[in-house]
Ligand binder design. Structure first.
Ligand SMILES: Cc1cc2nc3c(=O)[nH]c(=O)nc-3n(C[C@H](O)[C@H](O)[C@H](O)COP(=O)(O)OP(=O)(O)OC[C@H]3O[C@@H](n4cnc5c(N)ncnc54)[C@H](O)[C@@H]3O)c2cc1C
Length: 444
């Protein structure tokens, strides 16, 4: 079988790797000059700065398997970030409340949430536990029963403190989400399943961070005679029929039509319908609902040691921080401090027309608003990684729509993968690529 994989992010790379393992011919097409999509890092001032994913969850064992197959799983090359995952929430613009790990047990034990509210939260437990036991940790649609409810609305009835100073800032920090962007179905599945933030370990690679995996996969395909590896080619259209598939790809001025037996669509969900003119109406309707939260990361090198600054400041929207979600500071050991601030979806959208310089100035003004003691600090260097389409949203109704899409069953000669099908993480996206490959293999 000759399979054309459209998109060289972690999902497409994972699908291509699995198809090659099974001995099939692969054409892998990526529009950028480097693979990785939203899972890439750049070396900046001696630090690997992520332009997308930063860390993996230990429970995402498929990633460790992939690392082993690439020969990059030696413990010396890995960083265990579990202990570094400590968070302080900046409450009422004056007090940093240390939450430690961002998992529900940490919240349950924390004295900051009043006992009376915790007692009320107990009322939610039977339903949540029932749902957790019924749910499949690899299948988000197993939580669809909760999908008519917004998570913040649901929990606010029991504990406003939990929502304003734990749940919402946590979502803002990890996903750039605002309150309306996560349904109870997704929250319950993602926080109580084996793939939760509290999963055994959080890890990354010392070199290139999470982007090491996509970098190594790219190098692997470069040297693989069975893969026609095409970087810097943009796919314009994909047609599928009973006899095979056709893909129009453009490099510079030249457009070429490639033919294959099947195609894996590994582009972000909001791009799929536009590339597939022949897609049926029910699937098109699903893809039209896929939406992404923006997540910009602004990096700084500061001319001062870290000193009394905390490692993290998570900024609650309840206190008016709707643009910048969190700040992070690391001592560089040479009198300088490496810092970054992260923007939430709302801020990315509000300032979509601003120049890079304007964005950098606005972002720094947010940092100084939180920490006025930095107003005299010299910023030696700075850059912003812009990701207007970063993390797939999970508002009310999304999981039910996804369940309906899945129920439509496989499409002849086409398989879909990407983070919109499960959770918006590297591990889940890679998993969806493996599933897409398996679906095609099962049909041949
Ligand atoms: C700022 C940020 C921080 C994140 N932090 C984490 C984290 O810490 N941990 C974690 O697990 N996840 C994190 N994520 C999420 C994770 O990075 C993504 O869920 C995952 O990388 C998505 O992979 P994908 O292959 O589905 O999509 P993508 O990475 O978007 O890959 C799709 C690829 O398709 C290509 N493409 C698109 N259109 C075309 C076309 N027409 N022709 C050819 N190629 C095309 C794109 O260039 C891209 O390379 C983060 C994401 C961002 C943006």
């Amino acid at each position: 079988m000759r399979v054309i994989v459209v998109g060289g992010g972690i999902a497409g790379l994972g699908a291509a790797f699995r198809l090659r393992e099974a001995g099939h011919e692969v054409v892998l097409i990526e529009k950028d000059e480097t693979p990785g999509g939203r899972c890439r890092s750049v070396l900046w001032n001696g630090v690997w700065a992520v332009t997308g994913a930063f860390a993996f969850l230990g429970a995402e064992t498929n990633l460790m398997d992939q690392a082993r197959k690439l020969g990059i799983d030696a413990p010396a090359g890995l960083s265990d970030l579990t202990d570094a995952h400590q968070w302080n929430v900046w409450v009422k613009r004056r007090e940093a409340v240390h939450f430690g790990a961002f998992d529900l047990m940490a919240a349950a034990r924390h004295p900051f949430i009043p006992l009376s509210e915790k007692a009320r939260l107990l009322a939610t437990l039977p339903t949540l536990v029932r749902q957790t036991l019924a749910g499949d940790p690899r299948d988000i649609t197993s939580s669809a029963a909760f999908d008519t409810v917004n998570a913040c609305e649901y929990f606010r009835r029991y504990s406003p403190t939990f929502v304003d100073y734990f749940l919402e800032p946590c979502m803002g920090m990890f996903c750039g989400y605002g309150e309306d962007d996560f349904s109870l179905a997704w929250t319950a599945w993602s926080s109580s399943g084996k793939l939760s933030w509290g999963a055994n370990h959080i890890w990354s690679f010392k070199e290139r961070g999470a982007g090491r995996l996509t970098w190594e996969l790219g190098r692997h395909f470069l040297n693989d005679a069975g893969t026609d590896y095409r970087l810097g080619e943009e796919v314009l259209a994909v047609r599928h029929g009973a006899d095979g598939v056709e893909v129009d790809a453009r490099r510079g001025e030249r457009t070429e039509t490639l033919r294959g037996d099947a195609v894996v669509m590994a582009v972000p969900g909001n791009r799929v319908a536009g590339l597939m003119p022949g897609l049926d109406a029910p699937r098109r309707a699903f893809f039209d609902t896929v939406d992404y939260a923006g997540h910009h990361i602004v990096y700084y090198v500061l001319d001062r040691p870290k000193g009394e600054l905390l490692d993290t400041y998570v900024l609650p929207a309840a206190d008016g921080f709707r643009r910048t979600g969190n700040l992070r500071f690391t001592d560089m050991g040479d009198g300088r401090t490496f810092a970054h601030s992260q923007w939430k979806d709302w801020g990315c959208r509000q300032h979509a027309g601003a120049s890079v310089e304007e964005l950098l100035d606005i972002a720094w003004s947010d940092v100084v608003e939180v920490l006025p003691q930095l107003s005299e600090t010299v910023v030696l260097d700075r850059f912003v990684s812009l990701q207007p389409d970063a993390i797939c949203k999970r508002p009310k109704g999304y999981i039910a729509g996804l369940a309906k899409f899945v129920a439509l069953g496989p499409l002849d000669r086409v398989a879909f993968c990407g983070d919109y099908l499960s959770n918006s993480t590297v591990g889940q996206s890679h998993w969806s690529g493996l599933v897409a490959a398996e679906q095609l293999l099962a049909r041949t």
